[in-house]
Design a protein around this ligand. Structure first.
Ligand code: MG
Length: 470
């Protein structure tokens, strides 16, 4: 050998690869080791190949037991990957604290892996100081998620280039102030004023405006005039006016009112599904499929959302796999847009990024919209995180109006003027006229007799006072 074996290892370590853990059993003791040399070999019969150093104990155990499993680690299993690579020498039992399952062959399976294959040894080949084990796959599992742990270099760090943030040139803001924003306001906003606001928001450059919801007027009295609002909206080809519906009856009413785009949604939380609509998540998805079908048969565009995708006020953490699975099923319905809603405002930038990174590739050419609430002051941070993860469409409400009648902790949406201001300063176009939106927010403050949570409409007011003093 004319080179240092460590240099060879370092050279090989320059390649990004999925990290797998090969497991088997020595008597009753589970054993396992990280192996990056794993590949599929044949589909029929299903064969995989894994190569292990002859000096390894795991190598000898597999040669003796005749079976092994290969666990594909997820991006969140860095610690487990390093542990099974022997990089945590302080950990004597690599399986400590892990809730393993036993595969049909007897191999231990690691929890939360992205996938695993369970194999019996089909053949072994001599490979220098390694043995190539060919396994016949007896059973397998694939999770809904697809973010593998990548081995980028010997420190298991991603290279800088992958982390360089990119932002789009243009972002589309969907104005939801007239729906999500005002639905819990007790003071009834006259139909005429709602129509005028829809028109002025369109004049302010908002091309997608949600103006009402066809829901039970007894529960949401503010939305009782949905059909009338739609009948009186200005006829504009450059603007899409949409409405929210929660059931088949709502779809029928909206179609009758001439609505061209509808929004639907199912919570990712059983408790909320029960409290919100006295249904289950599964039944909600089934009903949504019927609603989508009917809307599309009438030429109505449909957006379907996963509600409380980033945390539920009742259930707390929402399983990411559940959100991804729901998104996958909605996309299969042939929808026009997919929405991920942080209805309770419990998301954080890291969580938003994780979920968006899973969902965007599934959506393909179907736009993914983020619906964010600023309950805990993380709205714009979450928005930026989604933006950097590839989302270019967001629900916002003028003045930061909002809240949900069913979710007590849900405060306003991220504000249209604050979002537009941040994006404009970053050099990203929205087509939204900040001053016009700010003026509408100030007028609504006067009408409702209370301060709205947005920031930029106040800045505008302060500037105006300064102007007056000059
Ligand atoms: Mg909302």
């Amino acid at each position: 050998m004319t080179f240092d074996p460590n240099d060879f290892k370092r050279a090989m370590g320059q390649f990004a690869s999925g990290v797998t853990v090969v497991t088997s059993k020595h008597g009753e003791t589970p054993i396992g080791i990280t192996a990056s040399s794993f590949t599929s070999l044949s589909l029929d019969p299903p064969l995989v190949l894994v190569s292990l150093n002859k000096k390894l104990f795991t190598h000898n155990v597999i040669a003796e037991s005749g079976y092994f499993a290969v666990n594909v680690l997820s991006a969140r299993q860095l610690e487990i990957g390093m542990r099974f690579a022997g990089m945590k020498p302080e950990i004597k039992d690599r399986f400590a604290g892990l809730k393993t399952h036993t595969a049909v062959t007897g191999s231990p399976l690691l929890p939360d892996s992205l996938a695993w294959v369970d194999c019996t040894v089909w053949a072994t080949y001599d490979g220098g100081d390694h043995t190539i084990f060919v396994g016949e796959v007896k059973d397998l599992y694939v999770s809904e998620l697809d973010m593998p742990l990548l081995y980028h270099n010997r420190l298991w760090r991603r290279s800088e280039a992958i982390e360089i943030p990119t932002v789009p040139m243009e972002v589309n803001l969907v104005e939801v102030g007239l729906r999500d924003g005002i639905q819990r306001e007790e003071k009834f906003i006259p139909t005429e004023m709602k129509v005028e606001y829809a028109s002025l928001l369109a004049d302010a450059g908002l091309k997608n405006i949600q103006v009402s919801s066809f829901v039970n007027p007894k529960i949401v009295p503010q939305m009782a005039d949905a059909a009338e609002v739609f009948a009186r909206l200005p006829k504009r080809d450059d603007v899409t006016f949409s409405a929210l519906v929660l059931n088949m009856k709502g779809v029928e009413r909206a179609i009758a009112a001439g609505v061209k785009q509808l929004e639907m949604g199912v919570p990712a939380s059983e408790t909320l599904a029960k409290k919100n609509a006295n249904t289950t998540v599964e039944d909600g998805i089934a009903e949504t499929a019927e609603m989508v079908k009917m809307a599309r048969e009438h030429g109505v565009k449909v957006r379907v959302g996963v509600q409380v995708a980033f945390g539920c006020a009742y259930e707390g953490k929402i399983e990411q796999a559940k959100v991804v699975s729901m998104a996958r099923r909605f996309l299969a319905m042939g929808i026009d847009e997919l929405s991920l809603a942080d209805s309770a405002g419990l998301g954080n930038p890291q969580l938003i990024r994780r979920v968006v990174q899973e969902v965007l590739p599934l959506a393909g050419s179907v736009p993914v919209v983020l619906h964010l609430h600023d309950t805990r002051g993380q709205g714009l941070a979450n928005l930026l995180s989604a933006l950097k993860s590839g989302v270019t469409m967001f629900d916002t409400s003028f003045g930061g109006l909002g809240g949900c009648p069913f979710i007590q902790t849900a405060k306003g949406n991220v504000a249209t003027e604050d979002t537009a201001n941040m994006l404009h300063e970053m050099g990203i176009q929205t087509g939204v006229d900040l001053k016009k939106v700010g003026a509408l927010s100030r007028r609504m403050e006067e009408f409702l007799g209370k301060e709205l949570p947005a920031k930029m409409h106040k800045v505008e007011r302060r500037d105006r006072r300064l102007d007056e003093r000059r």
